[in-house]
Write a protein that binds this ligand. Structure first.
Ligand code: GDP
Ligand code: MG
Length: 149
């Protein structure tokens, strides 16, 4: 089973979308194995978005992601890294497929409500950046056999 790192960004928290966003992953059958609210430091934000250093939107991105609390989570399940990206939709909400999280809740690329790891390698790096091992919980669910054959 894969794990991915998902984060409701400060706009999603301010707009009261945390519950609805978490619900989408729960309803699909994915399992939350880590969950917390926090405010990210600039240092961590710059590490997290390291691939974008030097791009014109980088400073604004770091300003924004550190501007208020985020809700960070680790979600586990079959093919969850790519499935979560599909559930989120394209980076630009105006280009995101209808029904995806970003298309449902967002308009601007700099206010696209959710982050999700883009590969298994990114997921491992981001999970380690935001969660200590003891903050992740291993547990089974009675409904698992109704979700996976
Ligand atoms: P993601 O993996 O879909 O989140 O997209 P990226 O990794 O390419 O970019 C990280 C985040 O930076 C995005 O979610 C956007 O919030 C923001 N971003 C990306 N491209 C742009 C851009 O061209 N302009 C602005 N203002 N923000 C951007
Ligand atoms: Mg990305």
């Amino acid at each position: 089973m894969e794990r991915t790192y998902l984060m409701v960004k400060p706009d999603g928290v301010q707009r009261g979308l945390v519950g609805q966003i978490i619900s989408r992953f729960e309803q699909r059958g994915y399992k939350i194995v880590g969950l917390k609210m926090m405010q990210i430091s600039r240092e961590v934000a710059e590490k997290h978005y390291g691939e974008h250093v030097g791009k014109p939107f980088f400073q604004g991105l770091v300003d924004f992601i550190t501007s208020g609390p985020v809700v960070a989570m680790v979600v586990e399940g079959k093919d969850v890294v790519s499935a979560a990206r599909e559930m989120m939709g394209a980076t630009n909400p105006l280009k995101a497929a209808p029904g995806t999280i970003r298309a449902t809740f967002g308009v601007d690329v700099g206010r696209n409500v959710i982050h999700g790891s883009d590969s298994l390698e990114s997921a491992q790096r981001e999970i380690a950046l935001f969660f200590r091992p003891e903050e992740l919980v291993d547990y089974g669910r009675a409904i698992d056999s109704w979700i996976y054959e």
